[in-house]
Design a binder for this molecule. Structure first.
Ligand code: SF4
Length: 346
């Protein structure tokens, strides 16, 4: 989505300051057409227009409350990806996808229901953030945070993920500090270990736990049955020891994981992990194919009371963009993913 290689080819033999001018046009001024890059000579703009077009083929859907915008983007090979902008006060967070489809098959998530197609490239990952940087620029706002919580398991596309973060962290691109990035993983052990020792990359890490009881977790996240919660707790302990970043524990609220034994198992997991943490309680978003149910109000109240009693640090997350199928677990990369209540925000 960002034609970096084509740009490099086009400026071969040009003065050395040319690249800085182009990066300023792309990332500071967020130009979406070379015509806007008036610093550049006209012949170079014409050449770049031909060889390195900046247009990103996206449709936007805005939620009724205007706090979320989902982008459905057609990639060069005809596949689609989805990206969501969430606005809360001065924070503008872009939720980015890292794969086309997902192999993990979590039962409560629409993203994995059609299986895995391919990894997104580094340029396709950065392009999703740039897309919303352009949109926000029109409102005199900027992207403040990036979360890798869209379609796909980020740690299974490790090299492109890390390359994208390092690129967006650069002063001459989007200049986003490492603490502005959060990676959400279903618990890829080797990926967490690798991430813990990345040089100067103490990003926030979220773990999709959903149950601290091995048998229940294996039912919810069937592909990764080998990752026992004991191993996960050890990986997270190591990540915290190396980075000092608070671990976010993602916990989707279901009828089957909000009983007393679930709260006790969660407490034991947290004790074993021995790290600063917060448990994010996520309301289930019903999607086609999921036969899981949310707990009823009374059970949910009891579960939260028990968490408080057990001194488990928890917050109930607001669900963004439910009406545009943009909330957690709803992204599917479908071209028909524009439910009736949405309006096209383009
Ligand atoms: S929750 Fe994440 S890891 Fe699981 S299927 Fe959905 S996108 Fe994949």
């Amino acid at each position: 989505m960002i034609p970096l290689e084509q740009i490099d080819a086009a400026i071969k033999g040009q003065p050395s300051y040319r690249k800085a001018q182009i990066y300023r046009a792309l990332f500071t001024n967020t130009c979406s057409s070379w015509r806007e890059a008036t610093d550049l000579p006209a012949d170079l703009r014409a050449q770049l227009t031909q060889s390195a077009p900046l247009a990103i083929d996206s449709r936007f859907f805005e939620s009724e409350d205007e706090r979320s915008i989902k982008a459905l983007t057609r990639l060069a090979d005809g596949n689609y990806t989805e990206t969501v902008l969430m606005r809360a006060g001065s924070r503008n967070t872009v939720c980015v996808s890292t794969q086309v489809g997902c192999a993990m098959g979590c039962v409560f998530c629409a993203s994995g229901q059609n299986g895995f197609t391919r990894n997104l490239t580094f340029e396709e990952i950065v392009g999703q953030v740039l897309l919303f940087a352009r949109k926000l620029k029109a409102e005199d706002r900027v992207v403040t945070n990036v979360v890798f919580m869209g379609i796909g398991e980020p740690l299974l596309n490790y090299d492109n993920l890390i390359a994208a973060i390092r690129f967006m962290n650069r002063k001459d691109t989007l200049d986003l500090g490492v603490r502005r990035f959060s990676i959400s993983t279903s618990g890829i052990s080797r990926g967490i270990k690798k991430l813990a020792v990345e040089d100067s990359l103490a990003v926030n890490l979220a773990i999709s736990l959903h149950s601290a009881i091995n048998e229940k977790r294996a039912k919810l996240m069937p592909v990764d049955q080998r990752t026992r919660t004991g191993l996960l707790a050890a990986n997270l302990k190591e990540y915290f020891a190396k980075t000092k970043r608070k671990i976010m524990i993602e916990y989707v609220l279901l009828e089957m994981n909000t009983g007393r034994e679930d709260a006790l198992a969660l407490r034991d997991f947290i004790n074993e992990m021995g790290a600063a943490y917060v448990v994010n309680l996520i309301p289930l978003n019903e999607n086609d194919g999921s036969n899981h149910k949310s707990p009823d109000r009374r059970d949910l109240y009891d579960f939260k009371e028990l968490l408080t009693e057990l001194k488990i640090n928890h917050v109930q997350r607001h669900s963004f963009g439910t009406d545009i199928a943009a909330a957690c677990g709803q992204l599917a990369g479908r071209t028909d993913a524009s439910p009736a209540r949405t309006r096209n925000a383009r």
